[in-house]
Design a binder for this molecule. Structure first.
Ligand SMILES: *[C@@H]1O[C@H](CO)[C@@H](O)[C@H](O)[C@H]1NC(C)=O
Ligand SMILES: *[C@@H]1O[C@H](CO)[C@@H](O)[C@H](O)[C@H]1NC(C)=O
Length: 233
């Protein structure tokens, strides 16, 4: 009964000539705001264009590239050197190809204080041949962050680590993410001291046992150099 009279009332209100002359401005303004918001959300959500910000952070670890890569490629060791990020739920074998675009989780600690929050994460690629790992955090509208570590051999005992992180979406536009690289610096410093400490562990009496003439040593190097020049599988 109440319902019926209400709809009768709204119907009659709608067809009165007076109501058609109601000020259309609020409706137009609201529609315009909605359209602008939609365009803004669409624009901010895109990730196929240049990132809003990019952080590049480097360090040199005084250790062979194989030692540095071993720490990175063994995801189980991340909690030992990385106070900010650790990964769970990924299948990364120590050797051979690693499946691309795996879905799993990141345990993330913004302050590096041991208090982690868990978020979904994609492990885009892990290449044992190129010493490269890349992962992507994807939160619609809020954040899209693509982060990678790449190793380059400087010498037999020095390895350069290059950390590149690209940021898209609202958090990047508002500079809540990607504005400064203290977290990335903290990660690399942790990696450096972890690997250098392990690498420095002395292997007892190697020099006393191995006393070869120099020509033997260079002959030993040869197969290694050949192996490196072969195309990666
Ligand atoms: C992990 O990846 C390897 C290499 O693609 C594959 O052979 C293996 O079956 C995978 N293991 C699991 C548990 O998915
Ligand atoms: C992984 O994702 C990238 C980008 O989304 C795509 O180009 C690539 O083909 C994907 N690889 C596989 C094996 O699905």
């Amino acid at each position: 009964m109440l319902c019926e009279s209400f709809s009768t009332y709204t119907l009659s209100a709608r067809i009165t000539p007076h109501s058609t002359r109601a000020n259309p401005l609020p409706v137009i303004i609201n529609s315009l705001i909605a359209v602008l918001l939609g365009v803004a959300v669409f624009y901010v959500n895109q990730t196929d264009k240049a990132p809003f910000s990019t952080l590049t952070t480097e360090t040199t670890v005084n250790a062979p590239i194989a030692d540095v890569w071993a720490a990175i490629a063994n995801l189980d060791s991340w909690k030992e050197w990385n106070r900010y990020e650790a990964f769970t739920g990924f299948n990364v074998s120590a050797h051979g190809p690693v499946p691309e675009n795996q879905s799993g989780y990141i345990e993330f600690s913004l302050r590096g204080d041991g208090k982690y929050l868990t978020y979904p994460l994609t492990l885009d690629s892990v290449s044992h041949d190129s010493h490269f790992i890349q992962w992507t955090a994807n939160v619609p509208v809020l954040l899209f962050a693509r982060h990678s570590l790449k190793l380059d051999q400087v010498s037999e005992t020095e390895t350069r680590v290059t950390d590149v992180e690209h940021f898209w979406r609202l958090a990047a536009v508002l500079k809540l993410a990607g504005a400064e690289n203290s977290l990335n610096q903290g990660m690399l410093a942790g990696l450096k001291s972890f690997v250098e400490e392990k690498s420095a562990t002395p292997i007892p009496a190697v020099e006393e046992v191995v006393q070869q003439p120099e020509s033997d040593a260079s002959a030993q190097d040869l197969p290694v150099a050949q192996a490196e020049s072969e195309p990666a599988l």
